[in-house]
Design a protein around this ligand. Structure first.
Ligand code: X2X
Length: 338
C-alpha cells in the first residue's frame, strides 16, 4: 500500500507530495513504542546486545514494535526505576535480582556469598530450577521476567586506599553496596562499614570520598570508568550477579501475542550473546585495567567464606530464604552452604 501511494505521488506531481509524505510517516510510526531502562553505560555488553535486540524486534515486527533504550540510569536510579516499571511509566527494566529483592525477597537467592564456583554452574542453575523458582516469585509481584537472565558477573572489591588480601582487610572498610539487604548483611558480616548507594551515584561517591570502595564485576569497573577513582582490586569473586529483564505486566499483555513472542525470542537470544560477551570482558579486561593504573590482589576465597560462616551469615540467610529455596540453591551448586 505504501508503495502504491508513493508511486502514485511521483506520477501525479507536486500537488500530492504532502499527502504522500504524511502517509509515509504514519505508516512508519510504530504501533507500540516502549521504554527500556537500565543502569549501565552504553559501551557495556548489556547495552550493545540490547540495541541489537531492539533493532531485530523492529525489523521482525515490520515496524510495529519500537523499543527505545535509556542507559546510564537516565530515567532515574534503580530504586526509582523499579517503581516506574511497576506502575507502567517505564515498560522494561533490567535489574539485579538482589536489588529486585526489595520487592521480591526470594529473588536474591543467587547472591548468597561464594555460592557459585563458576559460570557453568551459574547458567545451569539460572536456566534451570533456581531461575524458574525466582521467576515464579517475580511473577507473583506482577512483573514479567524474560526467561533468560543476563550477565553482570562475579563481583570483585575495589578500593582507593587499601589492598585487600584477607578477610581482616575488610574490617572498618567504608564500602558502597547497592540497595539490598543481602549486600548490607554480607559486608556487615565482614566487619565493614557498608553504605547503600544507587549505581547512578557511585562514581561521584567514590571521587568525593563518601566511600573508599565498592564491589562490581570488572566489566563495570571498566565501562563505568571506576578505575579513574579506584586503585586496588581484590579478586574475591564473592558473588555472582545478573540482570532480570523485567516487563510491566499491563504493557506486556497489551502486546498482541505474535509481537510478545518476537520480543521474548529476540531478548532471550540477545541474552545468550550478552552472557558470552560479558564473561569474555570479565576474563580479559584486567590487563587494560592494570594499564589504567589498578593493582590486583588474589584472595583466599575459602577464608572469606569461613568468615561469613562464623559470623552466622549462612545460617541467617538460610532462615530468611527458607528451606525450599535454600535446598534448590544447594542442589544447583552441588554443595552444602552453611
Ligand atoms: O549497582 C551495581 O553495582 C550494579 C551495576 O552492579 C547493579 O546493578 C547491581
Amino acid at each position: 500500500m505504501t508503495m502504491t501511494i508513493t508511486r502514485r505521488t511521483m506520477l501525479l506531481g507536486t500537488g500530492t507530495l504532502a499527502l504522500g509524505a504524511a502517509f509515509h510517516t504514519k505508516a512508519r510510526a510504530a504501533e507500540f513504542t516502549y521504554k527500556f531502562a537500565n543502569n549501565l553505560p552504553l559501551s557495556h555488553p548489556l547495552n550493545v546486545r540490547l540495541k541489537e535486540a531492539a533493532d531485530g524486534i523492529l525489523e521482525a515486527t515490520g515496524g510495529r514494535m519500537k523499543i527505545n533504550i535509556f542507559p546510564s540510569s537516565q530515567l532515574g536510579n534503580d530504586t526509582e526505576t523499579l517503581s516506574q516499571v511497576r506502575n507502567g511509566a517505564t515498560e522494561f527494566f533490567s535489574l539485579s535480582p538482589l536489588i529486585l529483592s526489595t520487592l521480591v525477597p526470594a529473588a536474591a537467592i543467587n547472591g548468597v556469598g561464594f555460592a557459585f564456583p563458576d559460570y557453568a554452574t551459574v547458567w545451569k542453575a539460572m536456566d534451570g530450577e533456581l531461575g524458574a523458582y525466582a521467576r515464579a516469585e517475580i511473577e507473583k509481584k506482577g512483573l514479567v521476567p524474560m526467561e533468560k537472565i543476563w550477565d553482570n558477573g562475579f563481583r570483585q572489591i575495589t578500593s582507593s586506599n587499601r589492598a585487600i588480601t584477607t578477610p581482616d582487610d575488610l574490617k572498618g572498610f567504608k564500602i558502597r553496596v547497592p540497595p539490598s539487604q543481602l549486600w548490607q548483611s554480607m559486608f556487615t558480616a565482614f566487619g565493614s562499614a557498608p553504605t547503600t548507594i544507587n549505581f547512578a551515584e557511585v562514581y561521584t561517591a567514590l571521587s568525593t570520598g563518601i566511600v573508599d570502595g565498592q564491589e562490581n564485576p570488572l566489566a563495570i569497573v571498566s565501562s563505568a570508568k571506576l578505575y579513574e577513582v579506584q586503585k586496588n582490586c581484590a579478586m574475591t569473586n564473592h558473588m555472582w550477579d545478573g540482570f532480570w529483564l523485567l516487563a510491566n505486566k499491563r504493557a506486556w499483555e497489551r502486546l498482541p501475542e505474535d509481537v510478545r513472542g518476537t520480543v521474548a525470542e529476540k531478548l532471550n537470544e540477545a541474552g545468550l550473546a550478552q552472557r558470552a560477551d560479558t564473561a569474555k570482558v570479565n576474563d580479559t579486561v584486567r590487563e587494560q585495567l592494570t594499564k589504567d593504573g589498578m593493582t590486583f590482589t588474589e584472595c583466599d576465597k575459602a577464608a572469606f567464606r569461613e568468615t561469613l560462616r562464623q559470623a552466622g551469615f549462612y545460617a541467617e540467610w538460610k532462615g530468611k530464604f527458607g528451606d525450599e529455596a535454600w535446598s534448590i540453591l544447594e542442589k544447583a551448586v552441588g554443595a552444602s552452604l552453611s
